[in-house]
Design a binder for this molecule. Structure first.
Ligand code: C5P
Length: 286
């Protein structure tokens, strides 16, 4: 059994549009302790089952695509039964599908005794989606390019509150809403990655930035209502994560995050108090 942790983007800057249709990004990604469980067992064929309603168990699921891609790259004919137990909300900006895919790569590397180093798994990960390579590392990292080039960063532990409005958004749709006026030059990521900006919760809160947020809020007003509610409940800063719609608030400590969470007991939103993870985002348990 593996645990696959979610991420938030403390900074996400869109630098411009690329020839290949993707956007050039600079983002600071941070693993947090809200996790899916991924169970991997030996089987004759590759199959996926989900214990969560609304999660596809076919080729639309990135976890199954990860297994198929690794099997092909490794030239093996072995199978596996993958079971997903999801706690990370789906299409929420928290990287849940990518985390599950990374867990499948790590788990099958073991089950199939491939002994591939992380660098080799990363090549398969990049082909699956731009968030997947991050989850092979975890902690806090600077990601550049389309989001697939990863550099580990040091950062002190943070208490965060995650708030999800229980609707899903499409990442492609959000990037499609970005206009050139929303492009920035990487200065926010530089401040956070440079050390100064990452040292205390107050400094992290002052450095938060997401270049997709303005377009997302225009299309989905609840995102701003959640931000306002988090700030009113005492968060030092509040930002949409990734392509949304989940919003996170920065607290002074984990205990403070729990206090904020309790003040937010409004119908219609799912809320979690979480800690940032310094170590791997994928952990093998037994
Ligand atoms: O790589 P991933 O599957 O997560 O990306 C989903 C979609 O988000 C892409 O098809 C693309 O439309 C958009 N995207 C982008 N620039 C990036 C990453 C994603 O435009 N750097």
């Amino acid at each position: 059994m593996l645990k696959a942790a979610a991420k938030v983007n403390l900074v996400l800057e869109v630098l411009g549009k690329r020839e290949d249709g993707y956007h050039e990004l600079v983002t600071v990604m941070q693993a947090v302790d809200l996790s899916d469980k991924v169970t991997i067992e030996d089987a004759d064929i590759l199959e996926l089952q989900s214990r969560t309603a609304g999660v596809p168990a076919d080729g639309r699921n990135l976890a199954l695509r990860a297994a198929a891609a690794l099997r092909e790259a490794a030239g093996t004919t072995r199978g596996a039964r993958i079971t997903l137990d999801k706690r990370i909300p789906v299409a929420a900006g928290l990287g849940g599908g990518s985390a599950d895919a990374a867990a499948v790569l790590v788990g099958l590397n073991r089950l199939w005794r491939l002994r591939w180093p992380v660098a080799r798994l990363e090549e398969v990960a990049t082909g699956l989606g731009m968030d997947v390579p991050f989850f092979l590392h975890g902690g806090r990292a600077l990601a550049t390019g389309r989001g697939e080039r990863i550099e580990r960063l040091r950062g002190s532990a943070l208490g965060l509150v995650l708030v999800n409005p229980r609707f899903a958004v499409s990442t492609a749709e959000m990037y499609g809403r970005v206009t050139p006026e929303m492009y920035t030059d990487g200065r926010h990521a530089k401040t956070l990655a440079g050390g100064w900006g990452g040292r205390t919760p107050a400094r992290v809160a002052a450095t938060l930035y997401n270049g997709l947020q303005e377009a997302a809020v225009a299309a989905y007003p609840p995102i701003n209502r959640i931000r306002a509610a988090l700030l009113a409940a005492g968060a030092l800063g509040a930002l949409m994560s990734g392509s949304g719609p989940t919003v996170f608030g920065v607290a002074r400590s984990f205990e403070h995050a729990r206090q904020i969470r309790r003040r937010l007991t409004r119908g219609g939103w799912d809320c979690w108090a979480v800690r940032t993870l310094n170590g791997p985002a994928i952990r093998t348990l037994g």
